[in-house]
Design a protein around this ligand. Structure first.
Ligand code: APR
Length: 178
């Protein structure tokens, strides 16, 4: 789907035939529940085998692996912040997750990438604020990286879709920087 800029889609990220999908992982990078569990199930055991070689991932950073049995060629694993009070660096750490993923997308020449709503599940990040950060970083990435033409935000539930729709309705430049 070249040239479509930012899009929303419902459903399961593991079904998307984009070049890269992002995993909302934990620091151990050894799998888990939520989208992490779905991606490992979809990729198969070779993903865990490769993850074991990575030595974990600090919060805010990202690591890339093959997609193995997934339709996506690559999986970018990032570790979002656990939401505590909002004044312990969570917004900046979440923004760093997106920037880390976009940096790997640029390094690997990805034209399309799909994201789950990082940190908004088990990690409890408020959906609307997380969506504002995601949309802001995506707009900046599209402006800076000519190779990347399609960013898809996957809405696994209606609250997430509403949060992204609200964030996308805000013009660029009106959002507080995290
Ligand atoms: N496809 C797309 N989105 C999904 C899927 C899926 N198959 N499964 C869950 N989601 C959505 C959730 O509904 C939520 O909107 O992904 C978003 C992120 O939720 P989590 O997967 O719980 O991730 P996160 O909040 O970042 O917590 C990460 O959870 O699974 C563990 O190992 C993981 O410890 C880590 C923690």
């Amino acid at each position: 789907m070249p040239g479509n800029g930012i899009q929303l889609t419902d459903g399961d990220i593991t079904t998307l035939a984009v070049e890269g999908i992002v995993n909302a992982a934990n620091n151990a990078l050894l799998g888990g529940g939520g989208v992490d569990g779905a991606i490992h199930r979809g990729a198969g055991p070779e993903l865990l085998t490769q993850c074991r070689t990575l030595g974990g991932c600090p919060t805010g950073e990202a690591r890339i692996t093959r997609g193995y049995n997934l339709p996506a060629a690559w999986v970018i694993h990032t570790v979002g912040p656990v939401w505590r009070s909002g004044v312990q660096g969570e917004p900046e750490l979440l923004a760093r997750c997106y920037r880390s993923c976009f940096s790997l997308a640029r390094e690997y020449g990805l034209r399309s990438i799909a994201f789950p709503a990082i940190s908004t599940g088990v990690y409890g990040y408020p959906k609307e604020e997380a969506a504002r950060i995601a949309v802001r970083e995506a707009r900046q990435a599209l402006a800076k990286n000519e190779t990347l033409t399609s960013i898809i935000f996957v809405c696994f539930n209606s609250a997430t879709r509403l949060a992204y729709q609200k964030a996308l309705a805000e013009p660029s430049g009106t959002q507080r920087s995290a």
